[in-house]
Every structure is written in C-alpha cells, then in structure tokens.
Design a protein around this ligand. Structure first.
Ligand SMILES: [Zn+2]
Length: 104
C-alpha cells in the first residue's frame, strides 16, 4: 500500500500547538523529539568519523493528509513507525509491564 504524498501546492496546514516546525510547512507537523540513549548498544560510526550512542526516540507527528495525531516510535536517525495514540499507549504499558513486573 502506498500513501500519496501531499501536493506541494496545497495550502499550508494548520499547525498543531505542539509543532516544532514554525516556518509554514506543508507536509507534516512534528513535535519535540525525546531520546533515550542505549548504554549497552555499540556506538555508531558517523560519516564525519565521530561516534554516537544509539538511542530510541519518540515524538508526535501529524501529516497534512491525516486527520489524527500519531506517535512516532523510532531509533537512531529516522528509522521507526508511527502509531495511533491508543497503539502508543498500549506499547508503553507493555514496556512498563516488562520493566515493573518483570513479566514475560
Ligand atoms: Zn506544524
């Protein structure tokens, strides 16, 4: 299934109050990224020769053609998936159940 890209000649979308893109963009709103660095994963070698800790990240996102806000759940730079608010909540609760209860 392919998702059509928003046409560049559309009117700029109404920005969400949490949006970090304040320059009248057209494609999607994007919230503040929150990162958790992964201390036991190997560091990544960057193109400029530096190294960077791997991380998980999450932020709010809303495409111009999507009526609902999504939660992006990803790792490192740009890789990840968008979840509905309910899916993100379920995923968070599953993680908490593993962490707090050590349930399998
Ligand atoms: Zn926006």
């Amino acid at each position: 299934m392919s998702i059509p890209l928003a046409s560049p000649d559309l009117d700029p979308i109404t920005c969400q109050p949490w949006c970090e893109n304040t320059d009248g963009h057209h494609q999607c709103c994007s919230g503040v990224e929150h990162r958790v660095h992964l201390s036991t994963e190997p560091t990544m070698l960057m193109a400029d020769g530096s190294t960077e800790e791997q991380h998980l990240n999450t932020h709010l996102t809303r495409r111009a053609d999507d009526p609902a806000t999504r939660v992006f759940i990803g790792h490192d730079d740009g890789f990840g998936k968008s979840a509905t608010l309910d899916e993100a909540r379920r995923f968070a609760l599953e993680i908490l159940a593993r962490v707090d209860g050590h349930k399998v």
